[in-house]
Write a new protein. Structure first.
Length: 90
């Protein structure tokens, strides 16, 4: 039997970010170089919005990276949200 606490860990944390279109490759490359920190993909190509699925154990690393990307001007904003896949039928 899976406890409620274990069920919560089955879902990744979920973030979205607005990334400068001409520098999307910088963010994707940084994430590829940090193994298993987050899975990223484009959510809205027109508005350059990325989504990130982040394991709870690596959230602190992901947030350090995002803070750095904001400081360097690659990411203009990011936010944590409810994982959208929980509400969607997959």
């Amino acid at each position: 039997m899976v406890s409620l606490n274990d069920q919560k860990k089955l879902w990744s944390l979920y973030y979205t970010a607005h990334v400068k279109r001409e520098q999307c490759w910088v963010l994707s490359s940084a994430l590829k170089g940090t193994e298993n920190v987050a899975f990223d993909r484009t959510l809205d190509k027109e508005n350059s919005i990325f989504e990130f699925f982040v394991p709870e154990d690596t959230e602190h690393i992901f947030l350090e990276l995002m803070h750095y990307m904001v400081k360097k001007g690659v990411v203009t904003s990011y936010q944590k949200s409810e994982n959208r896949l929980k509400a969607e039928e997959v």
